[in-house]
Design a protein around this ligand. Structure first.
Ligand SMILES: Cc1cc2nc3c(=O)[nH]c(=O)nc-3n(C[C@H](O)[C@H](O)[C@H](O)COP(=O)(O)OP(=O)(O)OC[C@H]3O[C@@H](n4cnc5c(N)ncnc54)[C@H](O)[C@@H]3O)c2cc1C
Length: 431
């Protein structure tokens, strides 16, 4: 009997799984029926930069999307650290050789998360001739009930109840699938906030203000960092404002209330108005933008990623945070591993979920290791601390010790670590 699978979330992990399930070697009668549910009304090609590293590059080949992804990169040439008057005091170029690329702040595949999601979503619809995946946009789950051999879910907007054999929660850091199935009490133990908050949005590129092909970053006292990144695809710039704050409870509160964009913007405004450099420009653009996104920076650590017939994937299961630079690669690898495990054990989901975990755990454990004290070091409280870290970085870059240190920020998976599940190779995706 074919599995009837609901995937919650159409970003990176969700549509990647929908594609790999179609490429997996299921017997003709066992080919799964797939439904993907996405809260947003559409996949918008925006968002923050994500990068794809190590084994992620091999997985793009397996999905047949390498050319499309490479044609959609943001074109970030590297990183420039600037002073408040825009003087570049430190610069790294984006590395293009595999040895150093893995440890550089900019990898050579940098793409906006929404653009990557759009390619993956379209890919999942072009793998087979018939439209094998049902997509539902603009709705979300508000209830999940499990019985021995089925899961019944309730769609909040349409009011429909539907029954599936499996539910895959690929709904990100603040996963509703996870909080519904594991319960709100478990959330407090599995989500590990790192005390950092991030706001990002796109804005018009302004060469007169110095916007160029580099990520320009500025940090100042109060543990605040501002970055402007290129987006050559849309001729715009992407702004990222981060702050480390463990004392003001409002940062957490507005992160959890999804609907309160106004209160998120007000809080960011309050803390960044006197940050210097281009803070006033960024805040003005922040108030004007319609693609503002604010999130706490956290890691998700769970003893097991499945419960009954519900399994978690991507950030919902094991968010490593943007500090790892590995979230997108892990989401792709998880989709590959879960599809492989389900095709190897189509009639035994417990065994399939165990095999998926066994394949993924070592990669997740590595990626979640963040250099001890990273945030305290790079986001100092005082002006003196900023001077000290700037001077130290200049010295480390000059002596090339910095490249060595980057190796501790989160190890990558190696291309030859991929098990072969016998997936079909799809034709190259074309838009
Ligand atoms: C500021 C920032 C910078 C980052 N930088 C990097 C980086 O440089 N490199 C990197 O690899 N990663 C980075 N990441 C992480 C990366 O974005 C994620 O790891 C990656 O997108 C994980 O994909 P995902 O599909 O698991 O989850 P997500 O991308 O979070 O997607 C979840 C999807 O589920 C949908 N959804 C949520 N709830 C529901 C619901 N109840 N019902 C239906 N749909 C729902 C959401 O709308 C969304 O589309 C960064 C993240 C942030 C916040």
């Amino acid at each position: 009997m074919p599995l009837n699978i609901l995937i919650v979330g159409c970003s990176i992990a969700g549509p990647a799984l929908a594609t790999f399930l179609q490429l997996a070697p299921f017997a003709e009668d066992d080919k799964p029926r797939i439904t993907v549910l996405e809260r947003s009304p559409a996949v918008r090609p925006q968002g923050q930069n994500v990068d794809i590293r190590g084994v992620g590059v091999t997985l793009l080949d397996k999905l047949g999307i390498t050319a499309a992804v490479k044609a959609s990169t943001t074109g970030e040439a590297g990183v420039q650290w600037v002073t408040s008057d825009n003087y570049v005091w430190c610069e790294f170029d984006s590395a293009n050789d595999t040895e150093t690329q893995r440890h550089n702040p900019t990898s050579d595949i940098e793409i906006l998360r929404g653009r990557m999601a759009q390619i993956l979503w379209r890919r999942s619809q072009t793998v087979t001739e018939d439209k094998a995946v049902e997509y539902i946009f603009g709705d979300y789950l508000d209830d999940i009930q499990q019985e021995d051999d089925k899961v019944t879910v309730h769609f909040a907007r349409s009011g429909l109840h539907r029954t599936f054999d499996l539910v895959v929660g690929a709904d990100g850091l603040q996963s509703t699938t996870r909080s519904t199935v594991w319960g709100p009490t478990a959330e407090a133990t599995v989500v590990h906030p790192l005390g950092m908050y991030a706001a990002f949005f796109s804005m018009p590129k302004d060469a007169k203000q110095g916007d160029n092909d580099y990520r320009r970053s500025y940090h100042t006292h109060g543990r605040r960092m501002l970055s402007i990144r290129p987006d050559q695809q849309n001729g715009r710039s992407t702004a990222l404002l981060t702050i480390v704050n463990e004392t003001d409870p409002r940062f957490d509160a507005v992160a959890k209330a999804r609907s309160s964009v106004d209160s998120q913007k007000a809080l960011v405004n309050e803390y960044f108005a006197d940050a210097g450099w281009q803070a006033l420009r960024l805040l003005q653009e922040m108030h004007a933008t319609d693609d503002f996104y604010y999130s706490m920076v956290a890691q998700v650590k769970m003893p097991r990623w499945s419960k009954g017939r519900v399994v978690l994937l991507g950030d919902a299961a094991h968010c490593a945070s943007h500090l790892s630079g590995m979230g997108t690669t892990l989401a792709l690898l998880g989709a590959y591993s879960l599809a492989g495990a389900l095709s190897a054990h189509p009639n035994d989901t417990d065994t399939a979920f165990s095999a998926y975990e066994e394949a993924m755990r070592p990669h997740v454990d590595k990626a979640q290791k963040i250099m001890p004290g990273l945030m305290r070091i790079f986001a100092p409280e005082t002006a003196w601390g900023v001077w000290l870290i700037d001077t130290t970085i200049r010295f480390l870059v000059w002596t090339r010790v910095f490249t060595l240190l980057m190796r501790f920020k989160g190890a990558d998976t190696e291309p030859d670590a991929l098990p072969d599940y016998g997936f079909a190779q799809p034709p190259e995706y074309k838009e």
